[in-house]
Design a protein around this ligand. Structure first.
Ligand SMILES: *Cc1c(COP(=O)(O)O)cnc(C)c1O
Length: 384
């Protein structure tokens, strides 16, 4: 570790230098991968390194990646998990049977689907609310007295924006914990903990890793002494939902360029959103960077440096036409997920036909390719 007080450094520096991680033993400027599942004791039965006993609880590659994330997020602590869903599950397992939770409606479908199932099995009363409406969220908190409020901003694939400060106020007024899925923003564009959130979750599979080759998730917290954080940490140790050393190493490597990538993706997404807005074959463009977006003012206040890679638009002519447009794209890969350096397109209605996604909606994850090339590809696919 460097002696520089890293909490005063800017995100680009923290990320590029992986929060000071080097290999002191060899002098290498990048950390080595430690694959050991178990760690030695000496002849007096003392641990050779007091920090390390067994891989389920201890690995330096995981710690390094967590340290980078904590510094970027302004968090007291971060815990990595083997997927975003594993992180969400670890959080929801802290909810007592029979309690009440409030969850934003029309968010990432995998989250909604798992939470519904989990709450049914655990007899937790689940209330889904349109949380981009701050008044509706506050009223739902009052009415249902949840122990946990879960929001996602910007939301996937609707790009709805939740006012995190208002949500924190509403949750705290009834003694609830506010957790924010900040995947689409990444820790570079938004820091929900500073806005009052108690816990921030990321699917690190997306922008944080950024190269579509690591599955990972994270939870970060402001108050490391809180009971919920102790429960989450203990649960990870004992239940064993841990990230492998190689994935953690790759994640750290990916994060070195995170601020750079988020900036480029956001610029590209903004350029494409503006292009699509004027396109005669496009009905609606959903992107929080557009001044016409209903959440723009809140997004402008609580995000900085861009509005992210995620962008949805509705093609005129319904599902068949949207699928034709997707089929004609040459540069955008037709694949799910988001936040990678390569651009992707997805027809969400095909994946979740019963959740109200417009049939003509295409969700794109804008990568770091040349914006002009991406625009030309959309132009030929839309047929001018
Ligand atoms: C992908 C995603 C998740 C789930 O993360 P995995 O890493 O795929 O398990 C959760 N929330 C959002 C917003 C996502 O995009």
């Amino acid at each position: 570790m460097t002696k520089t007080p890293t909490d005063r450094l800017h995100p680009a520096t923290i990320a590029a230098q992986a929060a000071g991680a080097v290999d002191q033993a060899s002098g290498g400027v990048v950390p080595p991968v430690q694959f050991a599942t178990t760690y030695m004791r000496d002849a007096d039965y003392q641990l050779v390194n007091g920090n390390n006993v067994y891989l389920r609880s201890h690995n330096e590659n995981v710690r390094v990646a967590e340290r980078v994330l904590s510094q970027l997020e302004g968090a007291g602590d971060t815990a990595l998990f083997p997927s975003g869903m594993a992180a969400i599950a670890a959080l929801f397992r802290t909810v007592p049977n029979g309690a009440s939770v409030l969850v934003q409606s029309q968010i990432y479908w995998g989250t909604t689907k798992w939470i519904r199932d989990f709450c049914t099995r655990r007899e937790i009363s689940l209330h889904e609310v349109e949380a981009s409406d701050s008044a509706a969220l506050a009223a739902a908190c009052e009415a249902h007295r949840p122990v946990l409020v879960w929001v996602e901003t910007p939301s996937n694939p609707w790009l709805r924006i939740v006012d995190v400060s208002a949500a924190a106020e509403a949750a705290h007024a009834v003694g609830a914990v506010l957790a924010v899925d900040s995947t689409a923003a990444s820790p570079v564009l938004s820091q929900p903990l500073a806005l009052g959130a108690d816990i921030v979750m990321h699917s690190a599979t997306k922008g944080i890793n950024g190269h579509s080759d690591v599955l990972a998730g994270s939870l970060a917290v402001r108050d490391i002494d809180s009971r919920i954080w102790q429960m989450i940490r203990d649960d990870r140790d004992s239940a064993g939902a841990v990230l492998g050393p190689m994935e953690a190493w790759l994640l750290t490597r990916g994060m070195r360029t995170l601020p750079l990538r988020m900036r480029e993706m956001s610029n590209n997404a903004m350029a494409l959103a503006e292009y699509l807005l004027d396109h005669p074959r496009v009905e609606t463009v959903l992107y929080p960077g557009l001044p016409s977006h209903p959440g723009h003012a809140v997004a402008a206040r609580q995000m900085s440096g861009g509005y992210g890679s995620l962008l949805s638009f509705v093609v005129r002519g319904g599902g068949a036409e949207a699928l034709r447009v997707a089929g004609r794209l040459q540069l955008f890969h037709r694949a799910t997920s988001l936040g990678g350096v390569e651009s992707l397109v997805e027809h969400r209605h095909t994946i979740e036909p019963h959740t109200g996604i417009p049939e003509g909606l295409l969700r794109v994850s804008v990568g770091i390719e040349d914006a002009g090339d991406l625009r030309d590809d959309l132009a030929q696919a839309l047929g001018q």
